[in-house]
Design a protein around this ligand. Structure first.
Ligand SMILES: O=C(O)CCC(=O)C(=O)O
Ligand SMILES: [Fe+2]
Length: 648
């Protein structure tokens, strides 16, 4: 079968390699494997591994069965799969159900749930081992040729003793509903992690878009192709974190899931793999640990000779222009450049009644001292506009926060890594190209029936896909935005929380000014709303002016950057926007603790604050920060509110 030619036999060429004395033949077979893997990821965005007859696949197969049984169980069993570990648990999303498990996390539920948890842990552990082997192979490939420790050293130790790993196994059952078949089951997205392994008993469903940028871009660029799965096969996809770490030498794979008709009817054949109907899949996402220091320049230093040219071809300036970042800051960057969750806009369940009451009382007390007003925002996701319009200097400021975290002692860096804050001189160019890429991706999402992956890795084997499907609609992926999913976010961002915990401030500001009517939010340069004349160090910025309504759209002469003394007058207005574009405006003083603003915002919007995070200049804003601690915050600036979703 043609597809088999495109698969890589892992048993012979990867897993057994390290166990055997590498004679010359084996060594060259291994080198070929490494090269094939690298080339496929570069040219196709995906490699399909053949695990047939390999006991490795049995863990995946039994985990797929376990998932099918779980998804076929009644609600009480599913609701029992709740966990205190961030990002874990069971969730229902449009067109699918999801179950997420973190390697090393304590079991949830009891009885059968525990057995299921154990089976999923076992599959995670196998997948983790496989991912590490593949990562090692990529580093050893002639195409890259860097010491594998530079990348493997950014992962957490596995298994961790009594701790949940940053890596995550995400199980999905897609709806067997024929109406849902009109929609994409998983909208196009990048995975945020390092590598993702996908397994499914069904051959069809997963599709990848052939790279449009970088060395891999060639014939058929931008076309959607089927990734043939089924028993014994595992797809390997490059995630955002690896792409960043390698300075863009590999592009993150844009992939999606088309719904496929899978007959229900349970386990008449003795297999539960189709219980209840619908395609079942496993996606193991290997992630860097939250406090790892990802330094693309250090990682790719001295790599294969063709890399400088490849980096230039990657269109984003290569490793040199990618600042070294902690994983948690990298994840904020991911969120800011992938503002739309593929399951976006899902309101999370309300908190428990008692906790809710307490929260409400506290909010009432605090809200009395905050002025808010709702405004109509433009419908473009704020982070996209901000990311696209930000200057290199601003991006550098944002990157600098990663360094601040290092100073707080939460970070580690590879030996010999440069300790100077990196520059981001081409940030603007990179973001522009990113936006272009996103637009191109969006444009090409209407492709219809895709060719399957075939051929060898040494040539670009794919033709363009023809036609377009008017039936196909994407779920919740507005124009201009590349969708993301939030797997791994909680764990990775947990590092940010850890960084912040020590520094909680007690000084709070007390009262802010009286309310005013919300003007429509307009963005000026750098994605900012026009500054008003009463602030930003203008002569009018006197304390007495604080109790006056802010003139809407008043000018400061188009000044993009406020003078350093902008806080001298005391307060500015900021805007918080959610992913739908609706905006709420707040007036804050220098010493206002941002947590209070977020609580007031969530209270007003009926949101559970525990499930939301706030981002300014691509970096998460911690609750304990005061307004003047947000570098560059000016009157009219927009903070984005994102939903932390469970397991996807
Ligand atoms: O179900 C699949 O085939 C892929 C799922 C996926 O892309 C993900 O979980 O990130
Ligand atoms: Fe994915």
């Amino acid at each position: 079968m043609a597809q088999l030619l495109a698969t890589l036999n892992v048993r012979q060429q990867l897993l057994s390699f390290d166990e055997l004395v590498p004679d010359a033949d084996r060594a060259s077979a291994y080198t070929r494997f490494c090269n094939e893997l690298w080339t496929r990821l570069q040219q196709q965005g995906v490699a399909v591994l053949e695990l047939v007859d390999d006991e490795e696949f049995s863990a995946f197969a039994s985990a797929l069965e376990t998932c099918a049984v779980f998804f076929g169980a009644d609600e009480s069993v599913k609701q029992g799969a709740q966990s205190a570990v961030p990002g874990e648990g069971y969730a229902v999303r449009p067109g699918k159900e999801l179950l997420a498990v973190r390697l090393g996390a304590p079991a949830w539920g009891s009885g059968r749930s525990r057995t299921q948890h154990a089976a999923l842990q076992k599959a995670s552990s196998r997948a983790d081992r496989l991912c590490r082997g593949l990562l090692c192979a990529l580093c050893r490939s002639p195409g890259l040729d860097v010491h594998s420790g530079r990348v493997l050293g950014l992962l957490d130790d596995a298994p961790l003793l009594g701790q949940a790993s940053a890596s995550l196994l995400r199980c999905a059952r897609y709806s067997p509903d024929p109406h849902a078949a009109q929609l994409l089951a998983f909208a196009p997205h990048h995975d945020r992690g390092v590598l993702t392994l996908v397994a499914s008993a069904q051959e069809q469903g997963l599709q990848v878009q052939l790279p449009q940028q970088g060395q891999g871009a060639g014939a058929g660029a931008g076309a959607w192709v089927d990734v043939p799965l089924g028993p014994g096969r595992v797809a390997v996809l490059c995630g955002y974190s690896l792409s960043y770490a390698l300075g863009g030498l590999l592009q993150p794979a844009l992939h999606r899931v088309r719904p496929v008709a899978v007959a229900g009817g349970g386990s008449a054949d003795g297999s539960a793999a189709t219980a209840g109907g619908g395609r079942v899949s496993l996606a193991y996402e290997l992630c860097f640990r939250p406090n790892a220091f990802v330094d693309p320049a250090a990682i790719t230093q001295g790599a294969a000779e063709q890399l400088p040219a490849a980096a230039a071809a990657a269109g984003e300036g290569g490793a040199a222009s990618r600042p070294a970042l902690l994983t948690c800051a990298l994840m904020e960057r991911f969120d800011a450049t992938h503002p739309v969750s593929i399951n976006g806009g899902v309101r999370v369940e309300q908190a428990q009644p008692r906790a809710q009451q307490e929260l409400a009382a506290r909010r009432q007390r605090e809200e009395a001292s905050l002025v808010t007003d709702a405004g109509e925002g433009d419908q473009k996701p704020a982070a996209t506009a901000a990311a696209a319009g930000r200057s290199g200097a601003q991006a550098q400021k944002a990157a600098g926060r990663g360094w601040a975290a290092v100073a707080n002692g939460a970070a580690e860096g590879p030996q010999g890594a440069s300790q100077a804050p990196p520059s981001d001189a081409t940030g603007q160019q990179r973001r522009t190209s990113l936006r272009l890429q996103q637009q191109q991706q969006q444009n090409s999402r209407q492709d219809a029936p895709a060719p399957a992956l075939t051929g060898t890795a040494t040539k670009k084997p794919f033709g363009t896909s023809g036609g377009s499907s008017s039936k196909e609609r994407e779920q919740q992926a507005p124009a201009g935005a590349t969708a993301r999913h939030d797997a791994g976010a909680a764990a990775a961002n947990g590092g940010a929380a850890g960084v912040s915990a020590a520094a909680r401030r007690q000084r709070e500001d007390n009262r802010t000014a009286a309310g005013d009517e919300a003007p429509a939010v307009k963005r000026g340069r750098h994605g900012r709303a026009p500054a008003t004349g009463k602030q930003a160090g203008s002569p009018a910025a006197a304390p007495s002016a604080l109790s006056q309504p802010a003139p809407a759209g008043g000018g400061n002469g188009g000044q993009a950057e406020a003078p350093a003394g902008q806080w001298a007058g005391g307060a500015i207005k900021i805007i918080i926007k959610d992913q739908s574009g609706s905006a709420v405006r707040f007036e804050v003083k220098q010493s206002t603790r941002m947590g209070r603003v977020f609580e007031a915002y969530c209270s007003r919007q009926g949101l559970d604050i525990a499930n939301h995070r706030f981002v300014f200049n691509e970096c998460r804003v911690r609750d304990d920060m005061t307004a003047d601690e947000l570098p560059g915050l000016q009157d009219g600036d927009v903070l984005d509110c994102f939903v932390n979703q469970i397991g996807n």
